[in-house]
Design a protein around this ligand. Sequence first.
Ligand code: B12
Length: 430
Amino acid sequence: MLGAREIVKVTLIRPHYFSVWESLALGYIASYLKKHYQGKLEINFFDGFFDSDKTIIEGSVDSDFVAFSCTSPQMKHALSLAKAIKEENPEIYTVFGGHHPSSLEADTMANQQVDIVVVGEGETGMLDVLNDWDKYGKAGKEKEFPRCLVIPSDIIDDLNVIPFPDRKLIRQDRTLALTEKNDGERIASVLSGRGCPFHCIFCTGDRDVFGSKVRKRTVGNVLDEIEQVIADWHIDFLKFADTEINTSTYWVQAFCCEKFKRKITIPWGANIHATIMDRTTLEYMSEANCREIWVGVESGSPRILQEIGKGVTVRQIENVFRWAKELGIRRRAYFMCGFRSETREDFEMTLKLAEKLDADVVGMTIPCPYPGTALFSEEFKNVDWSKADEYGNDFWRTEHFSSEQLKAMQAEFTEKFKDRLCFRQRDELK
Ligand code: B12
């Protein structure tokens, strides 16, 4: 198919998973390719949450490359779509990227319907795929562009050089309609940086392929995008997709000052890490109309916080919640129960801390050993990730608790805080 026509057709697919967040990953990859690929390019996008398999398959079959963005729970759907698309057109190259393929590249590659795996941040890797094809594939040297290729992507140090995500392509309109329906507000997300300096055992964030090295866009660059998103999409609320926005309090303060100076009044929310937070920074945030902070508290037990590599103390958590309350910022707290050596006593400490923090919204999840995290091991290799996540899975157990006991502890927590549950758990109670 390729080489037969001038235009390279790439279809980007986000497989099925419920998400009110737009696919920034594919938005970034699309805009990067549009800017840097020298040849003629046509890019399409489908989202398995909104589009039926039939629509996706029919829209993909005349592509040259079909590329999937996958967290672990999305892999099964991605593989089934890839199989169906290849049955219709065996000449298509399938590309798999995102956290799951990057964590289990050899296993992903072992699937017949997978031709190429891009490991890590996908912008440069995906561009390499197209450039290599131009160089070898199109020239008929197909052996030098084999199926079965793992391409390591470069970490881009200066994030300002990446163009803003292509929100029209990733159908921002559809996620906005969803947030409007669910929350009564038009909500969009922006990413201010990449990489995470922490090493929590339940997250893949510290893997080198995703850059444990923290990189921040400049404040001006982030605000330029925010202004554009407000103008183009008329949003009511802005959320940051960063693992935590405050890898530098200096950056946060500068952002707040500049947002204020530019008279950008939109309310916003972000994940923050309690270790790197002080009252002054929260005051800046409050002045800049920060409406909510989301904090991964995880546990009230200092011993467990240490075991999971959280890098935070209970005192730091308590301070942040107290200061934010004083400043009128809403506080969402995420807790977890069921780490390896956790005892009933540790869990009681979590319950006590949850009461003391008095957060506006709470969630309680059980560890899920996703590939790429330190919790993952060979014993979880055959798990059906489409049926398992941290809200509930049937296989995670600890030294002291069975899977059923952990679920009972989770239910104990959700019952106790049923007046303030996060929407995922509120829905589960219905
Ligand atoms: C913000 C966030 C969310 C947001 C959604 C963000 C969004 N826009 O969809 C919310 C809260 C909804 C969420 C939900 C979930 N998340 Co989440 N999330 C994150 C977080 C903190 C940042 C992700 C992000 O936006 N990064 C910025 C973008 C630009 O980067 P990216 O998505 O990684 O994409 C880059 C590369 O992965 C790669 N890439 C991605 N797709 C593709 C495709 C191709 C073809 C190529 C070449 C490259 C490529 O290139 C991209 C650009 O550089 C990460 C943690 C982390 N440290 O990264 C976890 C993380 C990605 N989430 C994770 C998980 C498991 C989930 C959930 C399953 C949790 C749940 N039970 O609900 C869901 C799944 C949602 C989904 N649609 O798949 C895991 C994935 C682990 C794994 N092995 O799959 C992570 C790594 C956290 C962890 N526990 O380790 N998440």
